[in-house]
Design a protein around this ligand. Structure first.
Ligand SMILES: *Cc1c(COP(=O)(O)O)cnc(C)c1O
Length: 390
């Protein structure tokens, strides 16, 4: 007899680890085994697990009101929008439940903007190695064979350019292009940062041609690189930005932030969401933002990121046969491997350190932004053990 089809749709290759609890930078199995979490749910649990202030705010909101339709005014949603506007380039925010939904709105916003301008600008330029989510629109945007194969006709309007090819970008970016969509630091693509001068150059090209600049900061945003948003390092601002992952600290929440100009055609009825911006998510999101913007928080991310990076350089020097390069910024770091990345992730897991593989044979190190220096030292001891075991 054939094995029964799994009750759970088998779209993930899961390890058998099953965690029962989280505490700060640690995940704990039922057996009591403790794992140092350098994944943060892939850049989601930015303030670690079970942060007392987030637990408190979620409990309080849960006792008051979980859900109310966006037909009504939601004060927590307005407060979070105002806080995000105060801390960023944006004039306005729309809340979603995920990064993928943020990508969908960003694409719609670009299309509607040019439609209402009466101009047939339909091409959105994207880049190889990009990841914008798994919806039909988001896979079309990223354009990789791996994500799109077998899923039928793709949403038209995207053109994927090679990563880091300035000539290809200059040739493609003219005044027929609607927008450029890019991650300031590619996450799934292998922790590939766009150098500041390239992001500045891209902003200039967009200004010259009128194309909108759409940044996907779903993974690199919310303090990950040591600034609230990664593009701040380059001293530029996008027209539209996708946010998710870290903004909810583990509660599902995403957002599209935009300038008044880019958002100008999104009038009542042009977009919506049942759950987007619900009171639970917004209460948690506001607390996350409040903590991240407290004096010294982001500086500490940079300092700890520099410490981790320095230690990783030492590891690389000790194991040149295993590792090739350290990449990234702040606490969004990647180790490009010579050995197979999945073998290193496995060996680290055996040493009770959790890491995430990425494309380009990279392992990602995405600890909670609240990681301590002692925990960084402990992680290096475990990575050292993992590298030696190969
Ligand atoms: C994770 C991710 C997304 C998709 O977010 P979901 O919340 O999984 O829908 C989009 N863009 C980037 C850069 C991401 O890392």
């Amino acid at each position: 007899m054939n094995a029964p089809f799994p009750a759970l749709l088998p779209t993930y290759n899961r390890t058998p680890l099953r965690f029962e609890r989280g505490e700060g930078s640690w995940l704990i199995e039922a057996s009591g085994d403790r794992y140092l979490d350098f994944t943060s749910g892939i850049a989601v649990n930015a303030l670690g697990h079970a942060h007392p202030a987030l637990v408190e705010v979620l409990k309080t909101q849960a006792e008051a009101l979980w859900h109310v339709s966006n037909l009504y005014t939601i004060p927590a949603q307005e407060a979070l929008a105002e806080a995000l506007v105060a801390h960023t380039f944006a004039d306005t925010a729309f809340f979603t439940n995920s990064g993928t939904e943020a990508a969908e709105l960003a694409i719609k916003m670009v299309r509607k903007y040019w439609h209402d301008q009466g101009q047939a600008r339909e091409t959105i330029l994207t880049f190889e190695g990009a990841f914008h989510g798994r919806s039909t629109g988001a896979i079309a945007a990223a354009g990789s064979e791996k994500m799109t194969k077998g899923f039928g006709a793709l949403m038209p309007g995207f053109r994927t350019l090679p990563w880091g090819d300035h000539d290809a970008l200059r040739d493609a970016l003219d005044d027929t292009v609607a927008a450029v969509m890019i991650e300031p630091v590619q996450g799934e693509g292998g922790i590939r940062p766009l150098p500041d001068q390239c992001l500045k150059g891209l902003r200039d090209l967009c200004d010259q041609t009128g194309a909108l600049l759409v940044l996907d900061e779903v993974q690199c945003g919310m303090g990950r690189t040591g600034r609230l948003f990664a593009h701040e390092w380059a001293g530029i601002a996008p027209d539209i930005m996708m946010v998710a992952k870290g903004i909810g600290g583990g509660f599902p929440l995403g957002a599209v932030l935009a300038t008044a100009k880019a958002a100008s055609s999104m009038s009542a009825g042009t977009h919506g969401s049942t759950y987007g911006g619900n009171p639970l998510a917004c209460a948690v999101g506001a607390k996350v933002l409040e903590i991240m913007t407290e004096d010294g928080f982001l500086d500490a991310v940079s300092r700890k990121g520099a410490l981790l990076r320095q230690k990783l350089e030492g590891l690389l020097a000790a194991h040149p046969e295993v590792f090739e390069e350290v990449r990234g910024q702040g606490l969004m770091l990647g180790l490009k491997c010579r050995a197979q990345n999945s073998d290193i992730v496995k060996a680290a897991q055996t040493a009770h350190l959790l890491t995430v593989p990425a494309a380009d044979n990279v392992i990602r190190l995405l600890p909670p932004l609240t990681i301590t220096e002692e925990e960084i030292t402990e992680a290096l001891t475990r990575l050292e053990r993992a590298a030696s075991s190969l």
